[in-house]
Design a binder for this molecule. Structure first.
Ligand SMILES: Cc1cc2nc3c(=O)[nH]c(=O)nc-3n(C[C@H](O)[C@H](O)[C@H](O)COP(=O)(O)OP(=O)(O)OC[C@H]3O[C@@H](n4cnc5c(N)ncnc54)[C@H](O)[C@@H]3O)c2cc1C
Length: 396
């Protein structure tokens, strides 16, 4: 098993495959250190132990029932039960609240290294597509978990080398946004009423928080909010900056944000700890049209390495989504792929087809959830203007 990319998803896959008898795993990573401190959250469904708890999300609970057949859901839950207790303990911890991305990465990486049996061979290098093809021998499996700029997404279809990049990617840009993050020295929670009342004077640039207490210190709240911005705003901003830069350069956005924060302070009498961290990002929803190399063997006999050795995209390589869902989705697909690989008697053709179908179903799920969130955000922007609100509603 060659796993290229040791971000959260490549690491989870490696840890899952490592605990299965009879596989040797090689893990390739170009970074020397895990430095990404941004706070991320894992969805509770990742550690669900019943169909009911798997479907508790108010937005996608019904979609799950509509898209997946009961045996598929049961199979997923059964695989979770088989995950080793050391790894499951970590997942349970992360599902409680926000935690730093590099702490997830370091913990899984340390766990892989600490396991005495079935050592993983690690290579610190930038792997090129040519390297990936050259290292494959018959019987090998390659998993590309290199993130949104996937190493092999454009190589999965015969003839695609000659086409323009991106032919295997379906991308939908939902909006541009600022993600504004800070720590707050009091317990603070927020529901939809709170989002509305704290934004009541913000005609534009509403600050929409997603709030969770940090998992390691119950007295500190980690607040991460999204502010929608225009394409022009996006172009005029650096990729990362602080509160002072925002106040000097985009006072309109800063005033909305500060008004929101002032109202939190009035209500709970706390202070912002440290500075604000702000990144501007396009909120894209995308999928690989082919998440495996199955088109290579289907095209007939060939000496191309992908015709005999299967390739799978996992994590952001396969599907990307906004609104804090992506790692969970990547973990979910990684668990499914590991579960398929564990079924030794499954013919390769079925393995490829089943993973493609599963990825497509997860895509439908996340597409619907993301469009619903975006739609709700659009309605929220117009709550005080009934005519504008009605323009955004399509009833029949
Ligand atoms: C501001 C921000 C906030 C976010 N918040 C959340 C959140 O709250 N919840 C959530 O679920 N998601 C969140 N995300 C998204 C989340 O960070 C990604 O979905 C997640 O990191 C994807 O994991 P991955 O392992 O698929 O890819 P990555 O994390 O991108 O890892 C890919 C790895 O592959 C390595 N690599 C790449 N190319 C090569 C190569 N050629 N050779 C060797 N190694 C290579 C990279 O160095 C990297 O380590 C957020 C993203 C942003 C930008």
């Amino acid at each position: 098993m060659h796993v290229v990319g040791a971000g959260p998803v490549g690491l989870l896959l490696t840890a899952l495959l490592q605990s299965m008898e009879g596989f040797s795993v090689r893990l390739y990573e170009k970074r020397h250190e895990y430095t990404r401190t941004r706070m991320v959250q894992l969805a509770p469904y990742l550690v669900a132990d019943s169909v009911e708890t798997y479907r508790t999300d108010s937005i996608d609970g019904d979609s799950v029932a509509a898209i997946f057949d009961p045996p598929e859901l049961d199979e997923g839950l059964a695989f979770r039960q088989s995950i080793s207790t050391d790894l499951m303990a970590l997942l349970n911890d992360w599902a409680l609240g926000f935690c730093p991305l590099n702490s997830i990465e370091r913990s899984i990486s340390d766990l892989i290294d600490a396991r005495g049996s079935n050592a993983v061979e690690r290579t610190a290098a930038v792997v090129t597509a040519e390297d990936a093809m050259a290292m494959l021998e018959p019987g090998d499996v390659l998993i590309d978990s290199t993130g949104s700029r996937s190493l092999l997404r454009d190589h999965l279809v015969p003839g695609s080398e000659d086409a323009d990049g991106g032919a295997n990617t379906l991308k939908i840009r939902l909006e541009y946004a600022l993600v504004i993050t800070f720590l707050y020295g009091q317990t603070y929670d927020c529901n939809e009423h709170c989002k509305y009342y704290k934004n009541i004077e913000n005609a534009q640039y509403k600050f929409i928080p997603m709030v969770h207490r940090t998992y390691h210190d119950g007295r500190i709240s980690h607040v991460s909010g999204i502010v929608s911005i225009t394409a022009e705003d996006y172009e005029a901003m650096p990729s990362r900056f602080d509160g002072e830069w925002l106040r000097s350069n985009f006072p309109g956005v800063a005033q909305s944000m500060d008004r929101f924060i002032d109202k939190i302070k009035q209500e709970t009498h706390g202070e912002v700890l440290g500075d604000l961290e702000i990144v501007r990002i396009p909120l894209d929803l995308y999928r690989a049209r082919n998440a495996t190399s199955r088109q290579w063997p289907a095209a007939g006999p060939s000496d191309h390495p992908f015709a005999s050795s299967p390739v799978f995209l996992a994590g952001d390589s396969a599907i990307g989504s906004p609104y804090f869902q992506s790692i969970s989705l990547g973990f979910e697909c990684a668990m499914y792929l590991a579960g398929l690989i564990a079924q030794r008697d499954l013919p390769l053709r079925d393995l490829l087809d089943r993973y493609e179908l599963y990825i497509y179903k997860q895509w439908l799920r996340v597409y619907m959830r993301s469009k619903m969130i975006k739609h709700n955000k659009d309605l929220f922007e117009s709550l005080d203007d009934p005519l504008a609100l009605l323009d955004k509603l399509h009833i029949y």
